[in-house]
Design a protein around this ligand. Structure first.
Ligand SMILES: [Zn+2]
Ligand SMILES: [Zn+2]
Length: 355
């Protein structure tokens, strides 16, 4: 069985990034091993859950593969999962300043300065109607994210000013020093301090983005929701995540879909279940009834002698299969409505028939 990361952090499946971070901080605070009453195993477990749920890509995979997640992982089916058993892999930034020096405890060294990173993956939730899950839909979403600065087109320099190759490191971003140690002279490579490891120097940084190449903006996106999508599934929109700094590539956007339930239908994968009530006479003599399916009413033949609880299958009247082809089936469970009160004449007739 896979672990229930949502349960471990005590959050709902629809929890947003902020809720997850908040829940993790609370758990980390509660179980921190350096605290009286701390619990190292639980702390590790909370951290493991957080590593997955805070990363939109890992969370989407976890949601999709559910309890088979660990299995798939051990087969090497996923890339990008950290080695959870390998001690603490806490990101000090995620913990905030609750524990002053947690970074030191776990041996975080150095900063991120100088590394040119691609943009972050981001996640957002979109709720759609059941009918939209049936047919698919074009939706417009609005989200605030880091986008490439339009003033400098992401290159971080004020337009018209010069970008030059760093003279100190000749553009490599790294400098080699020779350090004398008791073992002899050692070559040590460090990030170039003159250019911050970037290899470039700017005559004037872009005024709009302060030389980062990115700005926060509210962006509208049109998204095609495929027919058959189920509650809790995610759609990956490649390159629609946050723009990377100084022109680096953008991350991906994971759109988590919530589907509003429809009281008439119960869904299990691509199959639909519903109920229908027929009269005692219809069940005994047979009849045709209209059954509401996701694509409208369909005629269902009730054979004579149908018992209460009988399930009929309407082949291919379920949801579109998101993976694979065709559609699921619609199952109708029939309930026979036995009359609660009968007239004297009806009773006599039934007795006469021996029913
Ligand atoms: Zn700019
Ligand atoms: Zn340099």
């Amino acid at each position: 069985m896979g672990k229930d990361y949502y349960k471990i952090l005590g959050v709902d499946k629809s929890a947003g990034a902020d809720d997850i971070k908040k829940a993790f901080r609370k758990k980390a605070h509660e179980f921190h091993p350096d605290k009286a009453g701390g619990d190292e195993a639980k702390f590790k477990e909370a951290n493991e859950a957080y590593q997955v749920l805070s990363d939109p890509k890992k969370r989407a995979q976890y949601d999709q593969y559910g309890s088979t997640f660990e299995h798939a992982q051990s087969r090497g089916g996923f890339s990008g999962f950290g080695d959870f058993s390998n001690g603490f892999n806490v990101d000090a930034e995620d913990l905030g300043d609750i524990f002053g020096g947690i970074g030191d405890i776990f041996g975080f060294g150095g900063g991120r300065q100088g590394r040119q990173r691609g943009g972050n993956d981001i996640q957002t939730v979109l709720t759609i109607d059941f009918a939209e899950a049936v047919t698919g839909a074009d939706k417009e979403i609005s989200l605030r994210k880091k986008v490439k600065c339009s003033h400098c087109h992401g290159n971080a320099a004020e337009p018209g000013t010069k970008i030059e190759t760093c003279k100190v490191c000749s553009g490599s971003g790294r400098v080699t020093r020779v350090q004398r140690t008791i073992l002899g002279n050692m070559q040590v490579q460090t990030a170039c301090t003159a250019c911050g490891g970037e290899g470039k120097t700017y005559a004037q940084k872009c005024r709009r983005c302060s030389g980062t190449g990115v700005v926060f903006e509210t962006v509208n996106l049109r998204v095609r929701i495929p027919a058959g999508i189920d509650d809790g599934e995610s759609i990956r929109l490649s390159g629609e995540g946050e723009a990377g700094e100084k022109g680096a590539g953008a991350g991906d956007l994971y759109l988590r879909i919530r589907v509003r339930p429809d009281k008439r239908f119960e869904r299990a994968d691509s199959d639909i279940r519903s109920g229908a009530t027929v009269s005692f006479t219809q069940a005994a003599l047979g009849d045709k009834i209209d059954v509401e399916t996701v694509e409208g009413p369909v005629e269902l033949k009730i054979p004579a002698g149908t018992q209460s609880g009988t399930v009929f299958k309407l082949r291919g009247k379920g949801m579109t299969r998101l993976r694979g082809s065709g559609k699921g089936d619609h199952y109708v469970e029939v309930t026979v409505d036995i009359p609660k009160s009968l007239t004297k004449k009806q009773k006599e007739l039934l007795k006469e028939m021996g029913l």
